[in-house]
Design a protein around this ligand. Structure first.
Ligand code: CA
Length: 228
């Protein structure tokens, strides 16, 4: 987490969005606003946030769908904010992975207190040294399958993430392609070791380079190494 927690506000009513932004910035948070669901999902896929405040009734994609889709990408704390106060909606949101639900109109003090709770829980998770791995300016969060380069979120598939995790766990050790296939794809994998080259290429396309250097170096005719 950066010094100032980053909060995404997804809210189509501009007055409410601006009010939230002003109040939260006054409390020391950094806020980004998205006024519709599509833009919000785009933003969530690309940028790191410590918390999302999510309205349910939006002009395009509703908040429940956004919540569900966000959970396929990350476990960022999500607080639903909605005028809907029926139990069914609340239960549906929580079942889809929302962490909290506050009914509009809400009291700012209560909102801040609940935000603090969610951020505290999040911070405690991240203090577990086993839960993240570092390679240069890249951080892998193992529990939530997230990769950040500086503050930019990189979206990897499950297998890409497993391979990258494996290489970083063994960083600065050159590992043969055979060994990688065995450890990442398993003993029973019957395909060619070319699969490693293919996945390394996918990963490189997504993570790019650092200071003009590949994060994962090719050792020609042998294998790969993730250099710190
Ligand atoms: Ca709304």
């Amino acid at each position: 987490m950066k010094d100032k927690p980053q909060i995404l506000i997804v809210e189509d009513e501009k007055q409410i969005a601006r009010f939230l932004q002003m109040e939260l910035e006054h409390e020391g948070y950094v806020c980004t606003i998205e006024y519709n669901g599509a833009a919000a999902l785009d933003r969530i896929g690309q940028t790191y946030f410590d918390l999302i405040l999510l309205d349910i009734m939006l002009p395009d994609i509703d908040g429940l769908t956004i919540c569900k889709q966000t959970r396929t990408l990350s476990d960022v704390p999500i607080m639903m904010l909605s005028a809907k106060d029926d139990v069914e909606t609340k239960v549906a949101c929580l079942d889809l992975g929302a962490n909290d639900y506050l009914t509009k109109p809400f009291n700012s003090k209560e909102l801040f207190a609940r935000i603090r709770v969610l951020l505290r829980e999040r911070m405690n998770q991240h203090q577990n040294p086993e839960s993240s791995l570092q390679l240069q300016n890249m951080t892998l969060y193992l529990d939530r399958h997230e990769v950040l380069i500086d503050d930019k979120k990189i979206i990897l598939t499950k297998k890409e993430f497993e391979l990258l995790t494996y290489l970083i766990r063994n960083k600065n050790n050159v590992i043969s392609r055979d060994r990688i296939v065995e450890d990442v794809w398993g003993y029973n994998y019957r395909g060619s070791t070319n699969v490693v080259d293919v996945y390394i290429r996918y990963i490189r396309n997504k993570i790019g380079k650092h200071d003009g250097q590949d994060y994962i170096k090719t050792i020609r005719g042998f294998g790969y190494v993730a250099n710190d």
